[in-house]
Design a protein around this ligand. Structure first.
Ligand code: ZN
Length: 90
């Protein structure tokens, strides 16, 4: 059984679900479907630490227009975590 966690904001109940995360870096945008703990009461989203690290990396790469390295670095997390990704690049 999974341990029940509480929302750090309001102590509400958390549920795991797929959410859409929009990441912007410069003129580029990435939309990622990723798993998060979502508070049923206030809507707060909690991401796992490795996911947060990926977000920071993606933002930097979008900003620096490193779209090729962005895609190659995302292949592993996408396969591992069942992410869905769409990129809006300019
Ligand atoms: Zn909450």
């Amino acid at each position: 059984m999974k341990k029940l966690k509480k929302c750090p904001n309001c102590q509400g109940e958390l549920t795991t679900k797929q959410v859409e995360k929009i990441l912007k870096g410069g003129v580029n945008t990435a939309i990622i479907q990723v798993e998060a703990e979502v508070c049923l009461k206030c809507g707060e989203r909690l991401y796992k630490p490795h996911v947060v690290r990926q977000f920071a990396k993606i933002r930097t790469q979008l900003k620096n227009q490193e779209t090729f390295s962005l895609l190659t670095s995302l292949i592993i997390p996408i396969l591992k975590s069942n992410w869905r990704l769409s990129l809006q690049l300019k």
